[in-house]
Design a protein around this ligand. Structure first.
Ligand code: C5P
Length: 402
């Protein structure tokens, strides 16, 4: 189901970054509705916020039409998370003290949803005893904070007070939506430190002769994104990849292979591992006799192509003596997705199957709609970029090991 964020844009120069945040969230499959404070509307217009969020922008507590259609209670009810960005010193002070004298502050008081603040203000205002007291109070009340960052500020000073960058706020929003109660893991200690992860990605190439091969359309994008997302959470990742045109993600050990048999060998060599995620589109068959010489076209006879079965890497590692603790397979399906994925999970012996409907443009495309099938049922995720889907899968894996 699409997650919904209620974004309160406060009155600070960083408000322009919040417009960008709306776009970043949309790309990650998260919808945004905006409350623009009076101060906020001095920096960005309702028209920009509304055009980007694709929704009406709310700003006036005393607007009878708005209150009848979507009052402050309803606004918070319809959201999964409330985000205040930029969170000004004034908004933090009002929220900490229960002052409710406009739409933003009444919504903050009336909500039972988690609130994430992205503060932005002059360094002295941030360091002031009053703001620090208010932040402490809000944290004690269960609020989450992202930033502020240190750096050069619009007011010409240098120090802590810059609002975090939109991508970083979006990471915090995704973490908050997944139910975490602290964001400490985002920049600080990583939940998968000390864990080894093995990921397969891309197609395999099965030679017919030295110049020809059998393969498929896998781009490797999803597998590379999974490897990168696990590494970003601190895992020690080995990525065994078939031939693709991608750069290895940071902090990942890349092992390049061509055939299914080479991929199996590289995977076995990478064990033991705590986590195995099989994303590769391994060729099911290979030509039985790949000659050392190029097959000649003689104009009379079309050579027969005899195939034999390739090893099933996922199944083999699931049955291995040193089977990884958590094994995740992928299943590309075009119909009866959950039913086929459930059967595949049992047949292969893995813990989760990530089913994706490839009847659209998943193969080679930039988006994916995943259904995670485990022994306790199926969890359907919205259409996400392959990177966002990978981050969500990595967070779920980290949650499993908690
Ligand atoms: O059997 P099918 O190809 O539909 O299964 C898909 C899952 O099995 C994927 O996780 C894929 O990486 C893995 N697989 C494998 N070795 C094969 C075939 C598939 O690891 N020979």
């Amino acid at each position: 189901m699409t997650k919904r964020v209620l974004l309160i844009i406060g009155g600070g120069i960083a408000a322009y970054k919040s417009l960008f945040l709306i776009r970043v969230l949309a790309k990650r499959g998260i919808s945004t509705r905006v409350i623009l404070t009076r101060g906020g509307s001095e920096f960005v217009t309702p028209l920009s916020a509304g055009a980007l969020s694709g929704d009406k922008v709310y700003s006036d507590l005393w607007d009878l039409t708005d209150e009848a259609e979507m009052g402050h209670i309803e606004l918070s009810r319809a959201a999964d998370l409330i985000v205040v960005a930029p969170a000004t010193a004034d908004l933090l002070a009002k929220a900490a003290h229960g002052i409710a004298n406009d739409l933003a502050t009444t919504t903050l008081m009336a909500t039972d949803k988690r609130v994430l603040y992205a503060p932005a203000m002059n360094v002295r205002m941030w360091e002031s005893a009053a703001t620090q007291r208010n932040v402490k109070t809000l944290r004690q009340d269960g609020a989450l904070f992202i930033g502020p960052d240190a750096g050069a500020m619009a007011c010409g000073e240098f120090g802590e007070g810059r609002m975090s960058e939109p991508e970083e706020i979006a990471d915090a929003i995704e973490a908050a939506l997944s139910g975490v109660t602290t964001l400490d893991g985002l920049k600080g200690p990583k939940p998968l430190i000390g864990k080894r992860a093995l990921v397969t990605a891309g197609p395999t190439r099965e030679p017919i002769d030295p110049v020809r091969y059998l393969s498929n359309h896998s781009s490797g994008k999803q597998g590379y994104a999974v490897a990168g997302a696990l590494a970003a959470l601190g895992a020690d990742v080995t990525l065994v990849s078939g031939p693709v045109a991608l750069r290895a993600p940071e902090r990942v050990n890349l092992v390049k292979v061509e055939t299914a048999r080479e991929m199996l060998k590289a995977c076995e060599a990478a064990l033991p591992s705590d986590i195995f995620v099989a994303v590769a589109a391994v060729a099911d068959w290979r030509p039985a006799e790949a000659g050392a010489k190029k097959i000649k076209k003689d104009g009379t006879r079309i050579p027969p192509l005899k195939l034999e079965e390739n090893p099933d890497i996922l199944k083999t590692l699931c049955a291995a003596k040193n089977r990884p603790d958590l094994v995740v397979g992928f299943a590309a399906e075009t119909n009866d997705v959950i039913q086929h994925a459930t059967a595949k999970r049992l047949r292969k012996g893995c813990d989760w199957i990530v089913a994706n409907d490839v009847s659209g443009d998943v193969m080679g495309g930039d988006h994916n709609s995943m259904i995670i099938v485990a022994d306790d049922g199926a969890d359907t995720w919205p259409k996400l970029t392959k990177e966002a889907a990978a981050r969500r899968l990595a967070a779920k894996i980290a949650e499993h090991f908690k």
